[in-house]
Design a protein around this ligand. Structure first.
Ligand SMILES: [Fe+2]
Length: 266
């Protein structure tokens, strides 16, 4: 079953604007700890062989364990040392502007709540397992972080242009959420939507017919699905290749704007 817990940037809405939220660690229940452990153990049966080595190294860098829901204060100290990034607590899906503002400030927006035991296979919004287990380990990789920050700068320059934001959502979607990377000739997963999804992680690697080489032009021209598996995934050669592509992303977006090319979601 597909687990729909992805951000839909162009349709993002605010739950509680300007509300200062924090992780209340003492309020996690025994069920929360059990859910974290079950999800963690399930994913770790496969991730060591199918996930990018940077993600696996990142898991060690941020010291995630199956027995402990990550404490953001401790994780942020480790992230600060590694890349200067931190987790920024949000109550749920946030609007596009604060989302990219957070990224440009080297803060990754993440929720603190976990799905219930009855929701292990399906939740409608990203929970902490997706936001934290899926995204945070790679925030200890400096080049990946520079790429993420670079994306946010482009998005902020066009924050009032819905067309461009849809293009940026495509880039974010096909890299940060559902990206694949080739390491020593083997295609691995690094996108958080794949890392945190038992079904789609395996599906994305199930056939080379699903794989396209990383291409800015092609990604910008490809709409994505937020309610089912993707029909193609883009395979980068390295995070450096993605970082180096930021200039091309900006150039292509300028072309879309100049030629008034309309972009429609799937
Ligand atoms: Fe995500």
């Amino acid at each position: 079953m597909y687990i729909n817990y992805e951000l839909t940037l162009s349709l993002a809405f605010f739950l509680t604007k300007n509300l200062k939220v924090v992780q209340e660690y003492d309020k996690y229940t025994e069920e929360d700890f059990n859910v974290w452990k079950l999800l963690f153990d399930e994913q770790m049966q496969q991730l060591p062989t199918i996930a990018s080595s940077s993600y696996i190294k990142g898991l060690e860098n941020v010291q995630f364990k199956n027995s402990e829901i990550p404490n953001f204060t401790a994780v942020n100290k480790l992230l600060q040392e590694a890349t200067g990034w931190k987790i920024h607590v949000v109550p749920g899906i946030i609007e596009t502007l604060p989302f990219f503002q957070n990224l440009s400030n080297q803060e990754f927006p993440a929720t603190t709540w976990l799905r219930k035991m009855s929701q292990l296979k399906y939740i409608q919004e990203p929970d902490m397992f997706h936001d934290v287990f899926g995204h945070v380990p790679l925030l200890s990789d400096p080049v990946f972080c520079q790429y993420l920050k670079g994306l946010s700068k482009i998005a902020l320059d066009y924050i009032d242009n819905a067309n461009v934001l849809e293009l940026m959502a495509r880039v974010y979607w096909f890299t940060v959420e559902f990206g694949l990377i080739r390491e020593d000739g083997v295609v691995k997963i690094y996108g958080a939507g794949l890392i945190s999804s038992p079904g789609e992680s395996l599906f994305s690697l199930s056939s080379s017919d699903l794989h396209r080489p990383f291409s800015v032009k092609e990604i910008l021209a490809t709409s994505y699905f937020n309610d089912r598996y993707q029909v193609q995934y883009f395979v980068a050669d390295s995070y450096q290749q993605m970082y180096d592509a930021l200039d091309e992303i900006r150039t292509e977006i300028e072309r879309y704007v100049a030629e008034e090319i309309e972009v429609k979601p799937a």
